[in-house]
Design a protein around this ligand. Structure first.
Ligand code: FEO
Length: 399
C-alpha cells in the first residue's frame, strides 16, 4: 500500500493509487496509465480531510489517516465534488467519525443526500469566499459549478498558497511519486490534455471565466494539488497556462484525420488529404478508427483546427466504428474547428450526408459541403482533388 506523503508541514496526501484501471466513467474514457484518487489531510489545531477516495479504496485512506492522526477526531470533511471517485468513501468516513462537520456547496449537499439518503450528518453550505480557520491555516472556498458537475468547488489554503481544485488540473496517471518534479512532465501534460479534452471541453467558456475570476482574486498559487494524478509544485503555471490555451480553443495549425475503410478506397482518400495538408505546412495526425483509441483521438482534436472524418457507405449508413467518435464530438462541442467529411460508396451512397450532419451537430464548420465522395474507387483525379482540398484547408487553418 502507498504511504502518506507530506505536501507542506501538517498537510498530507492520503489518497490511493489505482494502477490497473483501464476505463473510467464506465467504458467512456480509456486510462492507459491508471489513475489516483487524491485526498488531503490537514492537521492543525483542528483537522480537515479534503475529499475522500473511490469506495473500493476506503481502507487505504483510513489506514493512511490512522498513521497521521486518529481520524475519529476529524473536525471538517470537505467535499469538493460528490462523484463516486472522490466521495465514494464518504459513508466510511462518516461511520468512522460521525461528528465530522461536512463542508460543501448547496448542490454538493443535495447530491450527497441523493447518493447517500440513509446518512445524516452535520454540514455547512459554503460559497465563494467562505473561510474556515483551522488554527494556523484557513480553508477558503471557490465555487466552480459545471467544472465539471454542478456541485464542484475548489478549496484554497492561503497560508500555503495551496489550491485543491479537485478534478480541475488533474490527470489519469498512476505513479509511485506524487510531484511534477519527480516525473516526465511531458507525459503528465499529455494525460492532462486528454483529461481536459474528454471531460472538460464542453465547459471551456466556464473555464475561461473561472481562470479570469481567480486572477482577479489575486491568489498566490505555489502548489496545485488536484484529485487525480500528479501535484504541480515545480511549475503550477504550466498547467494554468495550458488550461487557458485549451479553453480559448484557438488551436494550432494542425489537422486530425479519423476514418475507416472497407476496401481501401476511403483510406486512399485519407492519405491524399493528409499529403495535401502536410504539403500546405500543417501538422497532421491520422487515425484508422478500428485500430485507434477514441479518447486519444479526442485529445489530438483538442488543439487542432481541422477535423476530417471519413467513412464508406454501408447499408446507406456510415461504418459502425465511425459513430462513437462523432457521438463524442456532438457531446464535447469542440470550439473553432473546421471539418470535412469524405468517403467512398458503391451504388446508393448515404454516409456522406450522415457524416456532414453529425459534424454540423458538433458545431464544426464544414470547409466544403459536400466533401469529396467517390464511387467504388478513387481515380487519379479524385485523389488529386483530395490533395488540393488538403492544401486549401492547410491555407485556411494557417491563417
Ligand atoms: Fe468528476 Fe474525478 O470525478
Amino acid at each position: 500500500m502507498s504511504q502518506p506523503v507530506t505536501i507542506a508541514e501538517g498537510i498530507y496526501w492520503v489518497g490511493a493509487i489505482d494502477w490497473n484501471i483501464r476505463y473510467f466513467h464506465g467504458p467512456a474514457f480509456s486510462t492507459h496509465r491508471g489513475t489516483t484518487y487524491n485526498a488531503y489531510y490537514i492537521v492543525d489545531e483542528k483537522t480537515a480531510l479534503v475529499d475522500t477516495v473511490y469506495g473500493p479504496f476506503k481502507e487505504e485512506l483510513i489506514a493512511k489517516l490512522k498513521q497521521i492522526k486518529d481520524p475519529v477526531k476529524i473536525d471538517y470533511l470537505v467535499i469538493n465534488h460528490t462523484e463516486s471517485d472522490h466521495a465514494g468513501a464518504f459513508p466510511a468516513i462518516m461511520d468512522l467519525c460521525p461528528s465530522a462537520h461536512v463542508l460543501c456547496t448547496q448542490r454538493g449537499y443535495e447530491s450527497l443526500k441523493d447518493h447517500y439518503p440513509y446518512l445524516d450528518f452535520q454540514y455547512t453550505i459554503v460559497k465563494t469566499g467562505t473561510s474556515i480557520s483551522l488554527g494556523k491555516r484557513t480553508l477558503t472556498f471557490i465555487e466552480a459549478p459545471m467544472l465539471h458537475w454542478p456541485d464542484s468547488m475548489f478549496t484554497y489554503i492561503p497560508e500555503e498558497a495551496l489550491l485543491l481544485p479537485n478534478d480541475a488540473f488533474g490527470q489519469h496517471f498512476a505513479s509511485s511519486v506524487r510531484f511534477d518534479d519527480q516525473v516526465d512532465v511531458g507525459i503528465v501534460m499529455d494525460e492532462a490534455a486528454k483529461y481536459y479534452a474528454n471531460i472538460l471541453m464542453p465547459f471551456s467558456n466556464l473555464i475561461t471565466k473561472k481562470l479570469e475570476e481567480i486572477q482577479k482574486m489575486n491568489l498566490t498559487i505555489k502548489t496545485i494539488a488536484p484529485s487525480h494524478g500528479i501535484i504541480w509544485r515545480q511549475d503550477p503555471n504550466r498547467i494554468i497556462e495550458a488550461y487557458a490555451r485549451w479553453a480559448d480553443g484557438k488551436g494550432t495549425a494542425k489537422a486530425v484525420i479519423a476514418y475507416d475503410t472497407m476496401w481501401l478506397s476511403t483510406e486512399k482518400m485519407a492519405y491524399a488529404l493528409l499529403d495535401g495538408l502536410v504539403a500546405g505546412g500543417c501538422e497532421v495526425k491520422l487515425f484508422k478508427l478500428s485500430v485507434s483509441d477514441r479518447n486519444d483521438i479526442i485529445k489530438e482534436i483538442l488543439d487542432a483546427r481541422a477535423v476530417l472524418v471519413g467513412s464508406p457507405t454501408i447499408n446507406n449508413d456510415i461504418l459502425p466504428v465511425v459513430s462513437p467518435l462523432l457521438d463524442d464530438l456532438v457531446g464535447l462541442r469542440p470550439k473553432n474547428k473546421i471539418g470535412l467529411a469524405f468517403g467512398a460508396y458503391g451504388w446508393g451512397g448515404g454516409a456522406q450526408k450522415i457524416l456532414e450532419e453529425r459534424l454540423k451537430a458538433a458545431k464544426i464548420e464544414l470547409f466544403a459541403e459536400p466533401g469529396p465522395t467517390v464511387k467504388w474507387v478513387p481515380k487519379k483525379e479524385d485523389l488529386q482533388r483530395c490533395y488540393e482540398l488538403g492544401r486549401e484547408m492547410a491555407a485556411r487553418i494557417k491563417d
